[in-house]
Design a binder for this molecule. Structure first.
Ligand SMILES: [Mn+2]
Length: 335
């Protein structure tokens, strides 16, 4: 564990106190980020498994999360708004979301909330009775795994271990963007489990695509354009679906940064990935996407090596803003 581990253990104790207090006064929904990625969904379901008054819910289940939830029959409730939740709410837990807008539903002010996150920056307003936990880990599921191992070890069933590991694997790019302590979490999850790691990773990563998705990815590769932006090489393209997967494939060509855009129903989305070499050299895609949002509106953020932006600007404007922000960043050191 790193030097902040004492502080982290205090955070987990505070989380346990908050959960105990608020679950005794009513239902506690554990609400996922609107993107429904494996980290947010895995965190919510696993944490909710530790107390009968908690339930995992959210607006959307992403592709990977849906597949994993189906495989392990994991309980997740889709909601369309706050009114879908029970009347007797004791508190709300928000997992893996850096701002209220990343939850996607209007939350009341008079209900205690607990935010559990690992994003670099956040825009939460924390009031009396609220708890904000942010640890410098690769995935929110790491925080949940450590919490459960201390306060509810019997919750760490095989399905829960699989969900937590899936969140860690997907958020760290299969341990490409993680710190040493992530291996401690992974080994905590794998020990005394029936998970065959290699089989699970392959099942998780190479989800079969259908022929229309493969066509879309191939066309995305064909449209790819390479550009030099300041001291960085960027490869960019657009795609109607599976932007993250295309961004990963493009980064495999050897550029510093890959960028994939998509426009649907007047909304533009950008998904970017950077190599570890680039992030060490000074690139933070989270900061770049936040600068894009400042420049042209919309919402941007994420992690140093993987981030996104969405807004109403057209694709060309959004891409130009991204590329000009990359150009401003000097390259540190010799790589
Ligand atoms: Mn995450």
């Amino acid at each position: 564990m790193n030097e902040s581990s004492v502080e982290n253990i205090e955070h987990l104790a505070a989380l346990h106190q908050w959960v105990t207090d608020n679950c005794s006064s009513g239902a506690v929904p554990v609400i996922t980020g609107v993107n429904g990625d494996m980290d947010t969904v895995g965190s919510a379901i696993s944490l909710a498994a530790s107390n009968a008054n908690m339930m995992a819910c959210g607006l959307h289940l992403g592709r990977v999360a849906k597949r994993v939830c189906q495989k392990f029959s994991a309980p997740f409730r889709k909601i369309t708004g706050y009114s879908d939740l029970p009347a007797n709410i004791g508190g709300i837990i928000l997992v893996d979301a850096a701002s209220p807008s990343q939850i996607g539903i209007e939350l009341p002010d008079d209900v205690p909330k607990c935010v559990i996150d690992h994003h670099i920056s956040n825009q939460w307003e924390i009031n009396d009775g609220d708890l904000y936990i942010n640890m410098p880990v690769s995935a929110t599921t790491e925080i949940i795994a450590r919490y459960l191992s201390i306060y509810a070890p019997s919750t760490l069933t095989n399905p829960v271990r699989n969900l937590l590991l899936a969140g860690l694997l997907t958020d760290s790019g299969r341990f490409k963007h993680n710190q040493k302590s992530s291996f401690t979490t992974a080994s905590l999850l794998l020990e005394n489990s029936d998970i065959d790691y290699a089989t699970f990773v392959e099942w998780l990563e190479y989800s079969p695509t259908n022929s229309s998705e493969r066509g879309s990815l191939v066309r995305g590769l064909q449209r790819a354009k390479a550009t030099e932006s300041g001291s960085w090489s960027v490869i960019h393209s657009n795609c109607g679906t599976l932007e993250g997967r295309l961004a990963g494939l493009l980064l495999g060509l050897g550029h510093d940064i890959s960028l994939v855009s998509r426009n649907r129903d007047g909304e533009t989305r950008m998904t970017a990935r950077a190599t570890k070499n680039a992030t060490t050299g000074g690139i933070s895609l989270a900061e770049i996407m936040a600068s894009v949002a400042e420049q042209i509106g919309g919402e941007g953020g994420g992690h140093a090596g993987a981030a996104g932006w969405s807004g109403r600007a057209d694709m060309i404007t959004a891409e130009s803003s991204f590329i000009s922000n990359v150009a401003k960043i000097p390259r540190r050191g010799e790589y």
